[in-house]
Design a protein around this ligand. Structure first.
Ligand code: HEM
Length: 477
């Protein structure tokens, strides 16, 4: 299969049957479950054979294939299934490959083969300040996701017992979705998230309205790589995991703090010259809290509260409606960078599979509330400074050419090859900040006072993984 020419994958097309049966779930489409446990294990010394045997059995009995995931999703949609049940995936780090004596099959990406800590300088990470579990060597990540926390926890406990003869749990991290009453997913700062994603499946691609300013159809070349294996045509994907703590209180105070200088956003008036206290934050993120792209602020555009649009581009905006350094513009400049062709920029696109987390006791929002959040709940509750955040996860066909380009270069304001996109990402940049400016009026060239706005997201730990095909894991036995 030529990955660069393959897209529009369909359950109904027999030519994709082998691919979908062999590929793990959650790569081509988000598993969509409400709760997930992320279990990080280290293999015990000299227990490699036991580990290989268990992984092989687990691959045969439990790991969810892409085909199973898509079939269940279809049955759920037409009422044949109450819910899709649990989803299980398994990924290995470079240490895992080495300890299972799989160095000959180690996937070729250099960043993966060195591990996340080796990229600390590029990413401005400080592994010595990470949570203790993430400072250790992590060999294997198992994700167990379910719509009901009770089921996910139950499966988690069973699995920890099952692997205890050869693996030690170094970290268990729960995640849960946050959904507004409209059904739209948000992250802890309160902005709609998970809207813009590469599309690989024919039903998603064909579901886009026409004509479009932006098309999310993407080839499998951005997300899959062929494995080094005797059997041809087996595919896996690189998975980046980062636990990112969010200082919600600090962010929300600085977002509405129109002091004009120092840490806080300046005032920006809308095109009629009226104050709009949502505009500065939206221009930093690139979208309003309800997901409306900030470039569409004043047009005839009517937002659908249940389905924020991803049909927009920056071609007509030289950074005056949506600054070049807005988070979503830096992470996906679409067609809006005059010096870099869209095709080049698309080579760095990632497939996000993140989920918020809440480690607070009691939690910021309890398990019933997380599925029906109102604006009042977000505004009235104490806003946490720590203990909540995003379990950032993304799949890609090269960590060095995708995640590391976005986090290491573009978020720091070093976008190549264009000098036009200068400016750091206020959400995820790390290291020393340079001040930036916003237009005094949305869409106008006059810039306000320089401001600083960063440091509200703190890296707590992570690792690079590879999520192999199911046959690759079965063969380990
Ligand atoms: C706590 C940390 C983060 C927060 C709060 C955050 C928030 C958001 C929000 C609100 C959106 C807009 C919704 C959407 O378009 O789906 C977004 C989009 C996006 N984010 Fe993040 N993000 C975070 C971390 C990251 C990281 C670490 C990366 C990659 C290095 C990243 C890459 C992206 C990409 C690629 C998009 C889609 C842009 C597009 O296609 O238009 N984000 N993020």
């Amino acid at each position: 299969m030529n990955l660069e020419q393959s897209s529009g994958i369909s359950l109904d097309d027999p030519k994709f049957d082998r691919l979908l049966s062999n590929l793990q779930a959650n790569i081509l489409k988000f598993h969509g479950r409400n709760f997930a446990y992320h279990l990080f294990f280290k293999f015990q010394e000299e227990r490699g054979t036991l580990a290989r045997k268990w992984i092989s059995n687990f691959a045969s009995s439990s790991i969810t294939s892409a085909k199973r995931q898509l079939t269940d999703a279809r049955d759920f949609k037409c009422g044949k299934l109450g819910d899709g049940g649990p989803v299980f995936t398994l990924s290995l780090s470079k240490y895992g490959f080495e300890k299972l004596e799989l160095s000959g099959s180690m996937p070729g990406d250099k960043s993966f083969a060195s591990g996340m800590k080796a990229s600390a300088d590029l990413l401005h990470d400080k592994p010595s300040s990470w949570e203790a579990g993430f400072q250790k060597e992590i060999d294997m990540l198992v994700i167990i996701a379910d719509d009901h926390d009770f089921n996910a926890k139950n499966e988690t406990n069973k699995l920890i017992t099952a692997v205890s003869g050869f693996a030690s749990l170094v970290k268990m991290q729960r995640g849960n979705v946050l959904k507004m009453t409209t059904g739209v997913g948000i992250e802890h700062f309160g902005y709609a998230d998970g809207i813009s994603q590469p599309m690989y499946l024919s039903d998603e691609i064909n579901g886009q309205s026409q004509p479009r300013a932006w098309d999310d159809e993407t080839t499998l070349g951005r997300v899959l790589v062929e494995e080094k294996s005797e059997e041809a045509g087996l595919f896996g994907s690189y998975l980046v995991f980062r636990k990112l703590e969010q200082d919600v209180k600090g962010f929300k105070v600085a977002e509405k703090n129109s002091i004009g200088t120092g840490m806080g956003l300046p005032k920006v008036v809308n095109s009629s010259g009226t104050d709009d206290d949502e505009l500065p934050g939206a221009m930093i993120v690139g979208r309003f809290e309800n997901g409306t792209p900030v470039t569409m602020k004043d047009g005839a555009f009517q937002p659908d509260p249940h389905n924020p649009t991803n049909d927009f581009s920056y071609e007509d905006d030289p950074g005056l409606k949506c600054p070049f350094y807005a988070h979503v513009r830096l992470m996906n400049p679409r067609k809006g960078d005059p010096e870099a062709g869209p095709a080049d920029l698309l080579l760095h696109r990632i497939t996000r599979r993140g989920m918020p987390y809440d480690d607070l006791v009691p939690p910021r929002l309890n398990d019933q509330e997380v599925l029906a959040i109102t604006q009042e709940m977000l505004e009235d509750r104490d806003k946490p400074s720590d203990g909540v955040g995003l379990l950032f996860m993304c799949y890609q066909s090269s960590i060095g050419n995708a995640f590391e380009v976005l986090q290491g270069f573009w978020s720091q304001g070093n976008i190549a090859p264009s000098p036009v996109n200068k400016g750091q990402d206020s959400i995820i940049m790390q290291g020393t900040e340079q001040s930036r400016t916003l237009p005094e009026q949305w869409g106008s060239a006059n810039q306000g006072n320089p401001f600083n706005f960063s440091g509200f997201v703190k890296m707590k730990g992570g690792e690079y993984f590879f999520t192999p095909s199911i046959p690759f894991l079965k063969k380990l036995g």
